[in-house]
Design a protein around this ligand. Sequence first.
Ligand code: ARG
Length: 477
Amino acid sequence: MSSTNQLDKKSQAWSALFSEPMSELVKRYTASVFFDKRLWAADIEGSLAHADMLAAQAIISPQDLADIQRGMAQIKAEIEAGTFEWKLELEDVHLNIEARLTQLVGDAGKRLHTGRSRNDQVATDVRLWLRGEIDQIALLLDDMQRALVTIAAQNTETVMPGFTHMQVAQPVSFAHHLLAYVEMFARDAERLADLRRRVNRLPLGSAALAGTSYPLDRERVARTLGFDAVSQNSLDAVSDRDFAIEFTSFSTLVMIHVSRLAEEIVIWMSQNFGFINLSDRYCTGSSIMPQKRNPDVAELARGKSGRVVGHLMGLITLMKGQPLAYNKDNQEDKEPLFDTVDTVKDTLRIMAEMIGGEVAADGTRTGGLTVKAEAMERAALKGYATATDLADYLVKKGLPFRDAHEVVAHAVKEALGLGVDLSELPLATLQGFDARIEADVAEVLTLRGSLNARNVLGGTAPAQAQAQIARHQARLG
Ligand code: ARG
């Protein structure tokens, strides 16, 4: 162990100018190590790439590089084993690791920070870490879509009421309904892939704010770390957290989509609808009402959208009004970002499993939601869902649409009065509203006739849903 550990001895990285130690309260207030230690792997990876470049540029010696690599390997092992001693007085993950490195390897550890500042270091670490999380979330978004497509594929002929204003509007297939969410998550995945390009740019080399006087090879560091590009303005690179805001904005949209789906699951599961059932593994009981099975997971997913929306507001507000370049405000980017990542990952995983079942290594699925097709169909028969079909029928017989709409309104009023469905009105009664109505109207007024008729691209006809399912399956693999 080296006795030249300045950082550790003084417990501060900047002590020479200071005549009294920092107050305990300020230490606690300004420290971030208890949450940013989560960045340790990215911090070590970034430091090793920096050291490798410093050696390649002959800014440090090959021996220094070897010492740094050896020290970092030990630190990694200590952190993984849980024996690394994180110190509050060393403020953050960066200073903790650097201090330990210097303790282990001496001067080489003190040379690591050449041409670098914590300002470009932290921006690099967060981007590296986030990129790894983005890649995991992309896979989870695919799983979510696969779960929905799996259930959709079994339900292209399952008729349910489609709603507008939460009133029965027109029949749709359950497949078509689920495929709407697949579209939403597919767009989320597109957004994620797009923002990843902007996350994946290297700030290192910006140093504190103005760049550095050492002949760094930033492109080399970018290549080592797998960054797509290097940042082009040092002031911007150390200070803006727009990449975190963009990611949280993406996350907000994912959570809003999840929340809408969760809300529907709660509604479908209620006794008044009874459209689906969830497996017991995803429900909870009540401590007082023995009959209860509650869709807690869906409710919680809906509820957790709130915290992510909150994190977005937090990050936007954090950025607003910060003058160039780095300000300590930016230390506040981490907890919201970490919680956003955790929430999105957990939520996508649990919702995908609850809907599509748990997927075994060989791809087989067990569990997942149970579809109660008869209940859906019964509900679709209730609200005159085929009224538009009758109007369309009359239009095809030559009546202008507005007039047809009026005729059907009268027919619905009659049926309502009699307490029957349109399809149950005698042909003669229908003909009383318009003489063009003939016996072939019967097929038009059925739920399946209505479904089959909507055979336009993007429509609910089983043939269309099957085509969409095939497209998604090919896309998702
Ligand atoms: N813990 C700090 C953060 O998260 C690291 C950068 C500190 N830089 C500084 N000049 N104080 O932003």
